[in-house]
Design a protein around this ligand. Structure first.
Ligand code: FAD
Length: 519
């Protein structure tokens, strides 16, 4: 029980496996004699998911900590800047219906109640555009930084869109050549148990048994270790978030220099939505839908029309969507005995708001920073990990559900069902009651590392037309003078940025030529 934890085995070489390997290896000196040993084993027969091109700003910190140069990411992974998401047709379904969820918190957000001021004075301008400059950067296709901004630094907070297959290859190379991760390509066929129920080693098709102290299950939907070996149950969330099928494809640009959107475009459909992610060489486009509410044929038709409308008939005719089925939900626990699941093995809800890789990063960071020194410490760390991630999954589920419950669309059962109270978690219903008279605030989301802070909830809530009737007695809410100053300052800043910022494509091309300054 008191022997040191020195040997970590990761099963799975998708984005989850390599990100986790890189985070742990970098922090625990896997390259050095005496450092933690990190071994990653992946099957030659089971392909990685191959989708998941939207990330969160946390990725900048994760990659920087692994010692990755940002310019290399752009060159090797076809990366582009992502400054948030634009939601089209989620409220009324009409052509002029859209709102933004940008990544920048509004200036003055903690000083005064901008939402209240906006409702009283500026509601002719969309909420995100009134209180924040980033939505306008996106509308104009502008980048979040300049070529003189150092790597990972920002004028406007940003994440990436990237080619996920290339990211896997890039991380693999970096982890094995720079960080000391041992890579084994072999198929895991079974598990050998220790007397106390821990995993002692894993069996492989062509190598000897692989011993370890801690086993990280990154084997994707199968959850080979946590579910396959330990039988940790799956908690289904389809009764809250209905989507369970995706159709994914790559769409070429018509011209080589077509603009690259600086945000994910999410366009609502009759029983789901379509994502549109701009990379330098192509777009990643796909439909997510509820198989209980529509047919594959109808979803394919909607995707076809979307591609045709945003390119041309020939491109739409040539698109060959790949069908992916998923069960929305997560494991009952994520860390059991000496096994912890990360990535799809832990769970997956749906791609809306691209939270999956961010959860991978958060899991890897917590495992690495809180790595038990001995087996005796393992149950304590495991309990903390489970508690933290139960909270996070709950918050993600509620935040995603928020995007559906404020719709005015009644054109299909899908939208009608989404608004039925029995599909809305009670804690979200309680928050909605509170927000009738007070805007979302830090009191609603009290943890230090909240995934979606209250500003994100405000962007969706007010973007979708929710009304908060503030109490007139509260001093903070009466400070419209201060709020006015921030809103006006924001409008001036938008004008300055429009002059100063390069387009998304211009900056990416410049990074390819000149790189970025080191921090
Ligand atoms: C439609 C869709 C869209 C998505 N969009 C986004 C997005 O925009 N943003 C985002 O953050 N996330 C997104 N995701 C989630 C994202 O794709 C995943 O979180 C990410 O790819 C990580 O997957 P993974 O590494 O957990 O699993 P996988 O990529 O499935 O990798 C599993 C690994 O396990 C290995 N393996 C399996 N069985 C064995 C065995 N017996 N022996 C050895 N190895 C084995 C495989 O070889 C593979 O290497 C999306 C998911 C879907 C379905």
């Amino acid at each position: 029980m008191h022997a040191p934890i020195k040997n970590i085995v990761i099963v799975g070489g998708g984005s989850a496996g390599w990100l986790t390997a890189g985070v742990i290896a970098a922090e625990h000196n896997a390259f050095e004699e005496g450092g933690i040993r990190v071994t990653l084993i992946e099957s030659p027969d089971v392909k990685t998911m191959g989708v998941g091109e939207g990330t969160w700003p946390t990725m900048r910190n994760t990659l920087s900590k692994m010692g990755i140069r940002e310019a290399d990411l752009f060159k090797e992974c076809e990366a582009a800047f992502k400054q948030g998401a634009k939601f089209s047709k989620w409220v009324t379904g009409k052509d002029d219906d859209y709102y933004y969820h940008p990544l920048v918190i509004p200036d003055g957000y903690t000083k005064t109640d901008l939402a209240s001021y906006w409702q009283q004075h500026n509601s002719d301008i969309p909420f995100a555009q009134a209180v924040n400059f980033q939505a306008e950067l996106c509308e104009q296709g502008l980048a979040p930084k300049q070529i003189s901004t150092p790597e990972y630094g920002a004028v406007a907070n940003y994440a990436y869109h990237l080619n996920t297959t290339k990211l896997g290859d890039f991380l693999q190379k970096h982890c094995t050549t720079q960080l000391g991760v041992k890579h084994i390509i072999d198929h895991v066929t079974g598990v050998n148990s220790a007397e106390n129920g821990d995993i002692a080693s894993i069996q492989t098709a062509n190598n000897a048994n692989i011993d370890g102290d801690l086993f990280i299950d990154c084997s994707g939907f199968k959850a080979l270790l946590l579910s396959g070996h330990y039988g940790v149950p799956f908690i289904d969330k389809k009764h809250i978030l209905f989507n369970d099928t995706a159709l994914a494809c790559h769409v070429p640009y018509l011209q080589k220099d077509d603009p690259i959107a600086s945000h994910t475009i999410s366009t609502a459909q009759s029983a789901g939505w379509i994502w549109d992610i701009g990379l330098p060489s192509r777009r990643g486009v796909g439909a997510v839908y509820s198989s209980a509410h529509t047919t594959q044929q109808k979803a394919e038709d909607e995707l076809y029309h979307y591609i045709k409308d945003t390119t041309n008939k020939q491109t739409a005719d040539n698109s060959q969507p790949r069908k992916i089925h998923f069960n929305p939900g997560h494991r009952e626990n994520f860390w059991h005995k000496n096994c912890v699941a990360v990535g799809m093995a832990a769970g997956f809800i749906e791609p809306l708001e691209a939270s999956a890789l961010m959860l991978v990063e958060m899991s890897a960071a917590l495992i690495s920073e809180d790595l038990p020194a001995t087996k005796a410490a393992m149950p304590i760390v495991a309990a903390r990990f489970n508690q933290r991630f139960h909270y996070r999954w709950q918050r993600i589920i509620e935040f995603l559900k928020l995007h559906y419950i404020l719709t005015q669309r009644t054109d299909s059962e899908y939208w009608v069902d989404n608004c039925k109270p029995e599909t809305i978690p009670e804690s979200l219903q309680n928050l909605m009651t509170l927000w009738e008279h007070q805007a979302p605030s830090r009191h609603d989301f009290p943890q230090v590392e909240e995934i979606f802070g209250s500003a994100s909830w405000q962007y969706v809530l007010y973007g979708m037309g929710f009304k908060t009737q503030q109490r007139s007695t509260q001093q903070r809410f009466n400070n419209s003078h201060l709020a006015k100053k921030y809103v006006e300052k924001n409008q001036k800043f938008i004008q300055q940025l429009k002059q100063a910022m390069p387009t998304n494509r211009e900056l990416i091309e410049k990074i390819g030529l000149h790189g970025l300054q080191k921090i």
